[in-house]
Design a protein around this ligand. Structure first.
Ligand code: SAM
Length: 380
C-alpha cells in the first residue's frame, strides 16, 4: 500500500521556511545568487514548488507539457527508442532512462507503445531519475502499472551516476528549462550577478559582483549595456554526468529554447518566466514555492558543453519535425481509425494539431557519445 501523502504545509509556513533557508544560504550582506534561490524555491523538500504533494502538471495542475496533450507524443518517442535498440543491437542490455519524468505520464505513454512490439525482455530495464519525492512515487506507480502487461522492470535511482556505465536511450522532456539558472547582467564594463537580497523586511531583486567565475564557453562579447544572459550550471552538470555514463545510445532532449544570438537580441532582459494556474506571470520573487519558474534553454551553449564533454549532436530539429520523422503521421492515421464518433475524430485532429503547432519554440536535440555517434544517427 502507498504511504499516506505528507500533508502540504500552509503557504505562509512554506514561505517562512524558504526565506529562512535563503537567509542561511546568503552571504554576509544578505545576497543570494539567483540559481541558488531558484533551486530552493523549486526543489526544497516539502516546501519547494516541485516537492509538494500535488502534481503541478496537466489539466489539474499549473501547466501542460506535451505528454498531457495526447499519448501519441509518447508513441512517437517509442518509435525512435525502438530504432535506437536496433542500432545498438537487439540482443544487448538496454536501459531506457527518463530524467525528470514528473508524474510519469510520458513514461506510461512510451511504455504502452513499446509494449506493442517488445515484451518480456530481460535485457530491458526502465529507470527513472526524478528529483521530487512525491513525483518520483507517482511516476514509479504509473510506469509500473503501464509496464505490467509487458513484463518490463521499472525502478528509480537517485542520480544517473548511480547507474554506472550503461547503453540505451535517455528521455528528458522539459527537464532542462526547469534547471536553476544563473542570471548575469552586462554593466557596460563587466558581468554582474543577479540574485535576491534578504533584508529584515523580506527580499528584493538585487545584483552583486560575480559570485563564481563564468565557466566556458564564454558569454557573448560586449553586448548592449543592461543585457541579461541566463545559463544553468545544473543543466550543464547533467550533460557532463550523462556524457560520463552513456557508453552507447542516444539522449533525446525535448525542450524550448533559442540560440544565444537570438536570446541576446530578442530577450535582452532574460527569459525567466513564472506560471501558475495556466497563467504566466513576471514576478519571480513573489509567492515563493507557489509557482513554476523556468527559462529558455540556451542551445548554443548546451551544444558546446555537450561537445566538450564528448557527446555529438546526431539530430537537431523542431519538435514538429522530430515527431514527423518518428512516424507521427502513421501513428495519427492509426489513432484516427480507432475513433468511434465524429466528435472523437475532431478532438483527435485538434490535439494532434496542437502537438505539431502549439509547441513552436520546442526543439528535439539528440546526443550520442562522439566515438559511436555515426551508429546512432536517426534514419529519418
Ligand atoms: C517541467 S517538469 C517536466 C515533467 C515531465 N518530463 C513532462 O514532460 O511532463 C520537470 C521535471 O524535472 C524534474 N527534475 C528537475 N531537475 C531534476 C534533476 N536534476 N534530476 C531529476 N529530475 C529533475 C522536476 O522535479 C520535474 O518533475
Amino acid at each position: 500500500m502507498d504511504p499516506s501523502p505528507t500533508p502540504d504545509p500552509a503557504p505562509e509556513d512554506r514561505r517562512a521556511r524558504l526565506l529562512r533557508l535563503a537567509r542561511d544560504g546568503a552571504d554576509a550582506t544578505g545576497f543570494l545568487p539567483f540559481d541558488r534561490w531558484m533551486d530552493l524555491v523549486l526543489y526544497t523538500e516539502g516546501a519547494g514548488y516541485y516537492a509538494r504533494p500535488r502534481s503541478p502538471l496537466g489539466p489539474t495542475g499549473d501547466f501542460y507539457t506535451a505528454p498531457y496533450v495526447h499519448p501519441l507524443f509518447g508513441a512517437a518517442f517509442a518509435e525512435r527508442i525502438r530504432e535506437v535498440r536496433v542500432q545498438l543491437g537487439a540482443d544487448r542490455p538496454f536501459t531506457l532512462l527518463e530524467i525528470g519524468p514528473g508524474d510519469g505520464t510520458l513514461t506510461a505513454g512510451i511504455v504502452t507503445a513499446l509494449g506493442a512490439h517488445w515484451t518480456d525482455d530481460p535485457n530491458l530495464r526502465i529507470v527513472l531519475v526524478e528529483r521530487s519525492t512525491p513525483l518520483r512515487s507517482a511516476a514509479l506507480r504509473r510506469a509500473r502499472h503501464a509496464s505490467q502487461p509487458f513484463g518490463f522492470r521499472v525502478s528509480t535511482v537517485e542520480s544517473v551516476s548511480e547507474l554506472g556505465p550503461f547503453e540505451g536511450a535517455i528521455v528528458a522532456n522539459e527537464l532542462l528549462d526547469a534547471q536553476p539558472v544563473r542570471r548575469v547582467r552586462w554593466s557596460g564594463r563587466e558581468w554582474r550577478e543577479l540574485g535576491v537580497r534578504l533584508t529584515a523586511s523580506g527580499l528584493r531583486a538585487d545584483e552583486a559582483p560575480l559570485v563564481d567565475p563564468i565557466p566556458p564557453p564564454p558569454l557573448p562579447a560586449v553586448p548592449d549595456e543592461g543585457t541579461v544572459v541566463e545559463f544553468s550550471p545544473a543543466a550543464e552538470g547533467l550533460v557532463r554526468e550523462i556524457a560520463d555514463h552513456l557508453v552507447a545510445g542516444v539522449w533525446l532532449i525535448d525542450d524550448y529554447g533559442l540560440e544565444e544570438t537570438e536570446l541576446v537580441r530578442a530577450h535582452p532582459e532574460g527569459t525567466l518566466a513564472t506560471v501558475r494556474g495556466h497563467r504566466s506571470g513576471d514576478e519571480p520573487l513573489e509567492s515563493p514555492g507557489e509557482h513554476d519558474l523556468s527559462a529558455f534553454v540556451n542551445w548554443t551553449r548546451l551544444r558546446s558543453v555537450a561537445r566538450a564533454a564528448g557527446l555529438e549532436v546526431v539530430a537537431d530539429r523542431s519538435q514538429a519535425m522530430a515527431l514527423g520523422a518518428w512516424g507521427y503521421p502513421r501513428l495519427f492515421e492509426e489513432a484516427l481509425a480507432r475513433t468511434r464518433s465524429s466528435e472523437d475524430e475532431v478532438k483527435l485532429r485538434l490535439t494532434v494539431k496542437n502537438l505539431l503547432f502549439g509547441f513552436e519554440s520546442f526543439r528535439v536535440i539528440e546526443l550520442a557519445p562522439a566515438r559511436v555517434a555515426d551508429r546512432f544517427r536517426p534514419s529519418t
